[in-house]
Each structure stands twice: as structure tokens, then as C-alpha cells.
Design a protein around this ligand. Structure first.
Ligand code: ZN
Length: 211
């Protein structure tokens, strides 16, 4: 997933990206549409290599905040998340630093009382749309690192959103599936509406509604 502020970077990255796993999102055979398998410890050499690949992928895409293994064609329950100091500095709040971390078999426990919030999400695997998605504002997460050590933490705002977005990938769910509205990226790039015109974000033109 990309930061809303990073639309231009997304366009650049999208051009560079290997298009193999770009969604034909209607294709049920796509790794993006499968349930991913839990990993067991100690990790196999293949699983370790996928962790390294995800870590590298995120490090190479400085504007990206998360990747999930199915996006690289592997149906394994591994995600990588990173929120850099630069992103915190460029944000208008709601963004806290989180070091680049690989999370294996992640489990999320939303705090439903803290409510939900809608915001725009750009996904590396959907080069056509940016989706307005309602997510839990706060959650607790549990996962394992590559050595099998338990990682637990609390997440709010952007980090909570990224974790929900990436974990959805492990269940074959794209943000588009949960969208309460979306815009074509072409439209966003052409008119640069997102992030500039807050009124537009409050009342998006819904060009697709699952309901
Ligand atoms: Zn995504």
C-alpha cells in the first residue's frame, strides 16, 4: 500500500514494476485471490527467501508502506510493513514511525470501540483504482518474526490501516472489494484531486459501490 501523498511515486513505481502479478483481479486463479497458507517454524529455505524478497521489495520502494507475499506470487502468510521518518515528517498527523518489519502469520484484533475511518488506499497490485476504504482505527496485532519469536503491538491510524490492508491480501481480499467508493488513478493523476481538495475526499464521486 502507498501513502496518499505518494501518488506520483506510485505512478513511477508502477511503470517499473514487473507486471506479471498485476491484477487481473477478476481472475480467480491469481495468487492475489487465493487464501495464503500459515507458516511453521523453523522456516524453510523457501520461506526465508520470500521474507528477504519482501523486505527488499519494501526497501526498494521508499514510498510504499507495505507488501504482502501474494503480491509477489507466493500464497504464504507473510507481510512486510514500514513507515519511515520521512513519511512521518511529510504527514498531516496520524502517522507514526514503524521500522521495516516482516510479520509472519499476522493476527489482528480490532478495537471496535475506537471506531472506523474511511481513507484512500493505493495498492501496488491494482494499478487502475484508488479505493476509499473504511478501516478500524485501532487494533492490537500479533505475529512472528523470522526466528519464530512472538511480536505483539498496538497500532493506530496509518499503521492500523496498512496492517488491515496487507493482512487482507493473505485472504485474497483487495481494497477494491471493501471500497465504499473509488477513483481511477488516471483521473487522480490527471486532475490531482486527491490530497488537495479535501471536500472531494469527503464526498467522493462513487463510481463503484459494492452495495
Ligand atoms: Zn495492496
Amino acid at each position: 500500500m502507498f501513502l496518499r501523498q505518494s501518488m506520483r511515486a506510485y505512478r513511477r513505481a508502477a511503470v517499473l514494476e514487473d507486471t506479471k502479478f498485476y491484477a487481473d483481479l477478476e481472475n480467480e486463479e491469481s495468487p492475489l485471490r487465493q487464501m495464503s497458507a500459515e507458516l511453521s517454524f523453523p522456516l524453510s529455505e523457501e520461506d526465508k527467501a520470500i521474507c528477504t524478497l519482501l523486505r527488499q521489495k519494501l526497501a526498494d520502494n521508499a514510498d510504499s508502506v507495505g507488501f504482502a507475499a501474494p503480491q509477489l506470487g507466493f500464497n504464504k502468510r507473510i507481510i512486510a510493513v514500514s513507515i519511515t521518518e520521512d513519511m512521518v515528517a511529510c504527514s498531516e498527523g496520524g502517522v507514526s514511525y514503524f521500522p521495516l518489519t516482516v510479520l509472519i502469520n499476522p493476527q489482528l484484533y480490532p478495537r471496535r470501540r475506537s471506531g472506523m475511518e474511511a481513507d484512500w488506499e493505493v495498492c501496488f497490485s491494482d494499478r487502475y483504482y484508488t479505493a476509499l476504504v473504511s478501516r478500524y482505527r485501532t487494533l492490537t496485532f500479533k505475529a512472528y518474526d523470522e526466528e519464530g519469536k512472538l511480536i505483539r503491538g498496538d497500532a493506530t491510524d496509518l499503521l492500523a490501516r496498512v496492517l488491515q490492508h496487507e493482512t487482507d491480501h493473505l485472504d485474497g481480499i483487495m481494497s477494491k472489494d471493501k471500497a465504499i467508493g473509488y477513483l481511477s488513478l488516471k483521473e487522480v493523476f490527471d486532475i490531482d484531486k486527491l490530497g488537495k481538495d479535501e471536500d472531494y475526499i469527503e464526498t467522493p464521486r462513487v463510481i463503484y459501490s459494492p452495495r
